[in-house]
Design a protein around this ligand. Sequence first.
Ligand SMILES: Nc1ncnc2c1ncn2[C@@H]1O[C@H](COP(=O)(O)OP(=O)(O)OP(=O)(O)O)[C@@H](O)[C@H]1O
Ligand SMILES: [Mg+2]
Length: 182
Amino acid sequence: MMQKSVRRMAGLIDNVLDFARGRLGGGFAIERRGAMIQPALEQVITELRLSFPDRTIETAFSLEEPAHCDLARIAQLFSNLLGNALKHGSPDSPVQIRGSLHGGMFDLSVSNFGDDIPPETLGRLFEPFSRSDFALHQQGLGLGLYIASEIAMAHGGQITVSSSGGETKFAFLMPLKHPMNL
Ligand SMILES: Nc1ncnc2c1ncn2[C@@H]1O[C@H](COP(=O)(O)OP(=O)(O)OP(=O)(O)O)[C@@H](O)[C@H]1O
Ligand SMILES: [Mg+2]
């Protein structure tokens, strides 16, 4: 229990520090390197499975080539999306993860079942401290998606969300080549 609390507190502190850095330092600095993405994603899944041992997490990966990105930041982005699906989604349904490299893009999506996010909330999700009203009883600051979207933008990509018919899906899409390197 202590390990879980420490992990959660460390996560909150990291988020607040990243928020401050993003706001005060004029954006996120990322360090791109050629790297295999799948092991980093699997590491995040292994970590979150410790906190959610009863949940079914399904993966479909097609990530055979190295990609030019900041692997630690991509792992952080993914950890928030998967953590959200486990934390905010329905506990009896599986969480589905898809990741692929195709057409010069890296495509990663996380979907879960549960109550739809109200349409009026969808547009504000990526703002700092945004939490939907129906989630007020839950822990967390509402910084995760803001930071994830900053990481996506620093990679020249973006995160989009759809939530209807009981399925919520967050998708991250980024170009594999940095515009400056073209
Ligand atoms: N997969 C999801 N399914 C349903 N609601 C979601 C999902 N992901 C995010 N949300 C809603 O969006 C809000 C903002 O998410 P965000 O990750 O920014 O903050 P958080 O998870 O509440 O806290 P933290 O700062 O620890 O990440 C959540 O509080 C929740 O209401
Ligand atoms: Mg979150």
